[in-house]
Design a protein around this ligand. Structure first.
Ligand SMILES: [Zn+2]
Length: 195
């Protein structure tokens, strides 16, 4: 639609028609995204007493990033919106959001603490050269964030795979797991998965 707009003559009736349609479409996508973020943040606050997250400075990330594509992705990720929704909902519900220093959360081995300095953004799997721990990069980082935020020894945050709600499902279908589960921290949690 954007392309067909650039082909139309500025100011013509067709141009106006398509421009209005485009504005509506952008608005619609924005609303879907807000709705989605509302649902995810409500779900998180319902499920957990404490939420640990990296204290990322979005503004600084955007300004200091050399990659134009990455800058665009950061800006479009709605991360600031997510953080603000989560913070006010947590406060209202009496939950705690703990911000963790984001330095080396991805580069540190969650099992032995080795810092892998040459990890790049393309490395989706974390492989520790020291202890042999192999894990999804984000899972490894989430364990480090959990550890730093809670001060607890490393244990999986959840027995189930990490929450993943496809965008379309989050918006159009009933949200999973509305019931608040009793917190089960520690206890007989299995050791960190995948060796
Ligand atoms: Zn290791």
């Amino acid at each position: 639609m954007q392309r067909s707009l650039t082909r139309k003559k500025r100011g013509s009736r067709n141009y106006e028609k398509i421009r209005k349609k485009l504005v509506k479409l952008h608005e619609h996508v924005k609303n879907l995204m807000s709705d989605y973020i509302h649902k995810v943040t409500s779900w998180l606050v319902e499920q957990y007493d404490e939420i640990y997250m990296e204290g990322l400075d979005v503004k600084e990330m955007v300004e200091n990033n050399e990659s134009k594509t990455l800058r665009k992705h950061i800006l479009h990720s709605n991360f600031s919106k997510f953080m603000s929704y989560l913070s006010y909902k947590a406060e209202r519900a009496g939950r705690r959001v703990v911000k963790v220093n984001p330095a080396y959360t991805s580069r540190t081995c969650a099992r032995c603490g080795y810092v892998k300095k040459d990890l790049t953004l393309d490395d989706r799997i974390f492989v520790c050269p020291k202890c042999g721990w192999v894990a999804d990069r984000d899972y490894n980082a989430s364990l480090n964030i959990f550890h730093a935020g809670s001060g607890l020894p490393l244990k999986p945050v959840d027995r189930k795979p990490l929450l993943y709600i496809p965008f379309s499902e989050g918006v159009y279908s009933k949200f999973p797991g509305r019931s608040r589960k009793s917190p089960s921290r520690g206890g007989d949690a299995p050791s960190v998965r995948a060796g």
